[in-house]
Design a protein around this ligand. Structure first.
Ligand SMILES: Cc1ncc(C[n+]2csc(CCOP(=O)(O)OP(=O)(O)O)c2C)c(N)n1
Ligand SMILES: [Mg+2]
Length: 323
């Protein structure tokens, strides 16, 4: 991919990808050590998608994310302390400790709320895109969803309506090859998920979801077209989740070690480092400094979460009813 990216952007892309990986791996460690009781779906391996897309989004834009959504939340600028506190169920969390890992929301960063219902990000983001269109804010909405979502009814209804209304909606399909343990080719009629776009007369694009340069370039073009009012675009990003569907899932029940090793070789962080050091655009020391910063932020986030109080019992009904 021949895209040239300025140094400040390169540093920002790497900083976010490293922070996501550090967050997810720390979350796993805390759970495995028994210090954190939670349920979690890690984003490790898919960082290039969140970071490459969200680099083009601003405060006027919306994002609807799934239960595998920590990566997009961090890419959109969510505070890692508040996110970790949410996962620990503490009052200082993004949702005051009431949502946990699978419901992280922060309207200040355009995060409409993580959603566990497969496919549900699509109508949610379509609604947000409709509001941006009607209010003429210039904003766009991005729905993130997995390969499992493309066979859901809401996927088809959502794409059709978005196309009919020419909504400024980017449909980002993170095709990590599995829906839980079901391989995509076992459950889906088309070989390339992007081919579904044609049924709704919308452009379908593909970016390498394990290469942030590819995602950054293709998503950038797509989002410019959305802002120009061209209507919705489908973007398929083939990628891979390095770990199981959830923390504790044994992947060897449904995929081989060889397949996992193949995708580890294509790790977006490793490919980024190799490329920028080889072409001289960044020094390894600059990358190492960002690696260290990521780890330090995670130490701080875990300390903050552990030191924060749980939500007070008298607040149990808060936010349940509109005032
Ligand atoms: C409507 C609905 N059906 C089934 C489930 C159970 N479920 C949770 S995650 C998941 C797999 C989804 O896979 P995919 O869309 O590929 O996303 P990934 O987990 O790979 O990111 C399923 C079937 C659900 N949450 N919602
Ligand atoms: Mg999947």
């Amino acid at each position: 991919m021949g895209v040239t990216v300025d140094k400040a952007t390169l540093l920002r892309l790497y900083e976010k990808m490293v922070l996501i990986r550090a967050f997810e791996e720390r979350f796993r460690q805390e759970m495995e050590a028994g210090r954190l009781v939670a349920y979690g779906h890690l984003y490790s391996g898919q960082e290039a998608v969140a970071v490459g897309v969200c680099a083009h989004l601003g405060p006027q834009d919306y994002t609807a994310i799934t239960y595998r959504g920590h990566g997009v939340a961090i890419a959109r600028g969510l505070d890692t302390k508040a996110m970790m506190a949410e996962i620990y169920g503490r009052a200082t969390g993004t949702n005051r400790g009431r949502g946990g890992s699978m419901h992280i929301a922060d309207f200040r960063h355009g995060i409409l709320g993580a959603n566990v219902v497969v496919g549900a990000t699509i109508p949610l983001a379509a609604g947000a895109a409709l509001s941006a269109q009607l209010l003429k804010t210039g904003g766009v909405a991005v729905a993130f969803f997995g390969d499992g979502a493309v066979n859901q009814g809401v996927f088809h209804e959502g794409l059709n309506l978005a196309a009919v209304w020419k909504l400024p909606l980017l449909l980002v399909c993170e095709n990590n090859l599995y829906a839980q343990s079901t391989p995509v080719d076992y459950a889906t009629s088309v070989e390339r998920l992007v081919d579904r776009a044609a049924a709704y007369s919308m452009p379908g694009l593909v970016a390498d979801g394990q290469d942030v340069f590819s995602v950054y370039q293709v998503a950038g073009e797509a989002i410019s077209r959305l802002r120009a009012g061209e209507g919705p675009i489908f973007l398929e990003c083939p990628t891979y989740r390095f770990s199981g569907h959830y923390v504790g899932d044994n992947t060897l029940r449904y995929r081989s070690r060889e397949e996992e090793a193949y995708h580890r070789e294509r790790d977006c962080l490793r490919r980024f480092r190799e490329r920028v050091v080889a072409d001289g655009s960044l020094l390894s020391q600059e990358l190492e400094a960002l690696d260290g910063r990521g780890q330090a932020l995670l130490d701080e986030a875990v300390r903050f979460a552990e030191g924060s109080p749980p939500p007070p019992p008298e607040e149990i009904a808060r936010d349940l009813y509109a005032s």
